[in-house]
Design a protein around this ligand. Structure first.
Ligand SMILES: [Zn+2]
Length: 325
């Protein structure tokens, strides 16, 4: 009998891309019942933070906070510690290496609720947002092979579901100057193509699409693989303040969230489980995001807020203030 490997070759079965395997592994770990829904704070969320840091290290990315992958603080007024997980790929241009582009996602979720024996009370949060965390790590694997001009910062936040707490903490206590940051691409919910408005395959949605020139950069990055990036008549702006990009935007840094579906059937339900993730689509989406990050890192100019868009006025004002500091 021939070996399994020989059989695979003989039948011409395509081997899974290493990014896909990595992302599956990450989603499975984070959204397993053992992680109990990754509530902030919880021992399980701590285990996830360690797991993310270990995975950054495996990709040979440098720790983002001195010799540590963690930015540690207390949870609200308690003694319990919570952690943002941060890694960097240093830039290679003598000048531009002091500028930054961020790729981020929140790794927490809703935890679990008390239920009768035998009933499922765990919010696995496979799409929200194990998928986005896996996307950051999958992109990290791809980008680690590159020599970008600007420094790329990879970051995963605690406490998003409790009101963007981890990202707000970071923006108040930035490790890399916000003033020298070109853009933030935050990833949410990239594992589900069953949008409540119909299937979203080979498509990226961006919040605040019209507010800066980042949308065009991400759309261009998908041209080769025919993955288009668009806004949405209502959701694009409505969701702009609903994730971890927002504290950066309020501080003046062009920052947007990319997702596949704004709304999907199992949103914030115990049925948001890993078996429903579409890894084929997720891999092409993360490919485009990686290319977009590299493009932002290497292009001549920084990303700018759109001066022709009225709704960008408050962010343009914030950007002016930031640059005058
Ligand atoms: Zn959520």
């Amino acid at each position: 009998m021939i070996s399994a490997l020989a059989l695979v070759t003989l039948l011409g079965i395509q081997k899974e891309a290493p990014q896909t395997s990595l992302m599956k592994r990450v989603v499975d770990f984070l959204s397993s019942d053992e992680m109990a829904g990754r509530n902030t704070p919880s021992p399980e969320l701590d285990q996830c933070a360690d797991y993310i840091a270990k995975t950054f290290k495996e990709q040979n990315l440098k720790p983002g906070n001195g010799d540590s992958y963690f930015q540690i603080t207390n949870w609200r007024t308690t003694e319990t510690k919570v952690r943002n997980v941060i890694a960097i790929l240093p830039g290679n241009d003598p000048v531009l290496k002091n500028e930054y582009v961020y790729l981020t996602a929140h790794y927490d979720h809703l935890g679990a609720r008390k239920v009768e024996d035998g009933k499922d009370g765990i919010y696995n949060g496979a799409n929200d947002n194990a998928s986005g965390t896996a996307g950051v790590l999958g992109a990290a694997m791809t980008l680690a092979q590159e020599k970008p001009k600007r420094t790329i910062v990879f970051m995963t936040f605690y406490g998003e579901e409790k009101g963007l707490v981890g990202s707000q903490f970071y923006v108040k206590n930035p490790i890399f100057p916000l003033k020298q940051t070109s853009a933030v691409i935050n990833i949410e919910q990239i594992g589900r193509t069953d949008d409540t408005e119909g299937p979203r395959v080979n498509a990226i949605s961006m919040t605040g699409f019209e507010l800066s020139d980042l949308g065009k950069v991400v759309n261009d990055a998908g041209a080769k693989s025919k993955v288009g990036t668009t806004g949405h008549p209502t959701n694009s702006f409505a969701y702009f303040g609903a994730s971890d990009n927002f504290p950066f935007a309020v501080a003046g840094v062009p920052a947007h969230t990319v997702c596949t579906a704004y709304e999907f059937p199992d949103y914030h339900k115990v049925s948001d489980t890993p078996d429903k993730i579409d890894y084929k689509n997720m891999t092409s989406v993360v490919d485009v995001i990686s290319r977009a990050v590299l493009s932002v890192a290497n292009r001549k100019d920084r990303i700018q807020w759109n001066p022709d868009e009225k709704r960008a006025a408050r962010f343009i004002e914030a950007a002016k203030k930031l640059q005058s500091q």
